[in-house]
Design a protein. Sequence first.
Length: 550
Amino acid sequence: MGSGKSAVGAKSPLTGAYGESMGGGMWGVELKRAKYDAVIIEGKAKHPVYVWIRNGKVEIKDASEIWGSEVKETTAWLREVTGEGRCSCAVIGPSGEQQVNFASIIADCNHAFGRCGMGAVMGSKNLKAIAVKGNKLPLAAEKEKLKPLNLSLKSKSVHHPFRKYGTGCRMRKLEEVGNLPIRNHSGGRFPNVHKIDAVALMNRYGIGTEGCFNCPVRCKKKIRIEEAPWPIAPAFGGPEYETLASFGSNLLIDDLEAICKAHEMCNRFGIDSISTGATIAFAMECFENGILTLKDTNDIPLYFGNAEGMLQMVEMIGRRKGIGDLLADGSKRAAEAIGKGSAELAMQVKGLEVPYHEPRYKQGIGLRYSVHPTGANHATGVMDDMLPLLLEDWESLNVSEMIPPTELSSRKVRMVYELGLWAELPNYLGYCIFLPWSVIEVRDAVAAITGWQVTTWKLMKAVERGVTMARIFNLREGFTRHDDKLPDRFYTSPSDGPLKGVSVDPEVLKEAQVLYYQMMGWDCLGIPTEGTLVALDLEWAIPILRKVRE
């Protein structure tokens, strides 16, 4: 981040709390079986190490031998040296070691704790991996009450839209309405979307589906590509929506094999596919505008549609080589270093690259991108166009109106606040956002597991407390209301395509932000009031915010 700021969602102590909830696979299950709920790492090791956790015993062991290795080789090495061939391994690759700003933690080769640079945090601590094995079954306060909930989950998952093709199943529809990112979010059309969506992927290269532990949705794809020029092994899984869009339409690339190879490389090196593709899109637009030249790009012609150039950039970023060393700091910092007006081409909020849900089409999520402490994170809020599918359930949260995705009004702000708190709950409870449980079923599951007599109100207040704490962190680090903004591109309309004539009105956005602040119990500058801090049991933060106001 510029100006000495360190945002939640960049390299900060809180990023672990805000990684996407869809990662992890078996790792979290093994951790629970090993008698632990979470791992907190403090300080920095003097040399490369890994943490070995087995049935309540924790050891810190030397990892010098494996430092510098990619994810798959590291995982295999850990299983050999621990003697546990089925242990689950959360590891970093070369990108995390070299503190690429958007380095990921990869669990068991194909489950990504993807966003916010958590891999860089591990690398900064000389921590190569956390390997876990446990055989103690977790206890539940009222085990019998979980059985009907699991049956409900299984019955609802049979017809889950992601079950057959995964999250990229609706890409053709997204292109039709304008939600698909095209050419660094410039808008327009991408007529070859049918060549790169999940349906094409599974029809050509799919060999099955899998999921996280015991999940009936099974949205993760297994693929195999054996032919040249880019063979891919099944160990790394297949790309989901964000990755298909990141290296596909957003770069004007319709080469499915190249996109799959980029996905594999991101998992091998341990980097976030969203920020990697977005940063390459930034570099491509800089190149096409003459801001970057062949001399800057190591003689790689970085024009949109260049699949081979894209793959070269993925490796250079992942290993911090050539121009990749600059781009590895993310589009915001790269733009600050390049200058020449390049900041206008960096699609980021608070240093976190914008994911592939268009804020001009989904204006509620655009508001969420702007005000959330981590910046542009799509896994922390509600999707505007999903409300009609979930209206009956969400009516219990007092939001029952049909609101068009492109609307940004007071009722949309209320939706972002109330449903946004509920939609972020998975990040606090540690369950996947795709689980088709109802509001009541989630509440009952928490009660059955913990024995706590929780209410939906208590669960949402817990999220409100967490979001407010993250806001306090950012304020302490120098962020202000002026950082609650979208890239200027979204304040303009594309010249063609489904979103022609559609844009985010910056003045309307500012008014919506003030309403959101008020609903959260923050003042007009986005600073939590002392009354809010007392209500949320955060009185310890009062002196911090008094200094902020000075």
